[in-house]
Design a protein around this ligand. Structure first.
Ligand SMILES: [Zn+2]
Length: 252
């Protein structure tokens, strides 16, 4: 029997519906599929405590798409109020499709960069459009911290700018859409040491997933798709990604 590959889902919203309604089933299926670690990104500050088992970790952050009502001056205090030790700050960044002025998004982003720097935490970045502006802000205020580009959707030209600064590019089920062009190119060309995988569940199910609700159990199939794209065995990719994850969090 083949040894089951170990997979790491670095972006999965286990704390939202409908996943949170069937956590036991979702986690059992993920573990059975070979998923060995999951990071829950944050949207509205803290990620709630649902009695997470030790292989589940939480971030702390404020998503650019919901930050309209957030006063950047309150972010440090909100962070201080948390009751757990987060593994990362985010998701944070700039999103040109969000219904929030970019100048305000930038202030909320910068406040979180300051937190990440103070606490030495990696950044989970949500970026759509505004690539140059995001890169400039990160160069100025985010150097020296790991940058995890969640469900990366930029072109290869954009990707190179971030890769030059040491960013990790994380790929999700959107990589596997039959209409995807830019993303498979980036995923094929990016250096192996900068690859990460995620489901972004319950969103972004790969096309073969039987329901609209994505789950972390889909991660290995996304990994096999990426391995095939790069022409390597899936277990080699899984090992590479485990190494990449451990370069960000040595105790994972
Ligand atoms: Zn997300």
């Amino acid at each position: 029997m083949n040894e089951l590959a170990r997979w790491f889902d670095t972006h999965c919203h286990l704390d939202v519906e409908p996943l949170v309604d069937d956590l036991r089933g979702v986690l059992d299926r993920a573990w059975a599929a070979g998923v060995r670690r999951i990071l829950i990104p944050a949207i509205r500050g803290p990620v709630a405590d649902h009695g997470w088992p030790p292989w589940i970790d939480r971030a702390w952050g404020i998503h650019p798409g919901i930050c309209a009502e957030i006063d950047p001056e309150t972010i440090a205090r909100r962070f201080a109020d948390r009751d757990y030790q987060p593994r990362a700050i985010g998701e944070t960044g700039l999103d040109t499709l969000a219904d929030v002025p970019l100048d305000h998004q930038e202030q909320v982003f910068r406040a979180q960069l300051a937190l990440a720097r103070t606490h030495g935490l990696p950044l989970i970045l949500h970026v759509r459009g505004a690539w140059e502006r995001t890169l400039a802000i990160l160069r100025e205020a985010g150097r020296g911290l790991p940058w995890l580009m969640h469900s990366f959707c930029g072109s290869w030209e954009v990707a190179q700018g971030f890769l030059r600064e040491g960013a990790f590019l994380s790929f999700s089920g959107s990589l596997c859409r039959p209409t995807a062009r830019k993303t498979p190119r980036v995923a094929r060309l990016a250096p192996a040491a900068r690859l990460l995988l995620e489901t972004d569940a319950p969103d972004l199910a790969p096309p073969w997933w039987p329901t609209r609700t994505n789950e972390p159990a889909a991660l290995p199939s996304i990994g096999r798709f990426l391995a095939e794209l790069r022409g390597i065995p899936a277990t080699d990719l899984a090992n590479q990604i485990e190494n990449n994850v451990k370069s960000v969090w040595p105790d994972w």
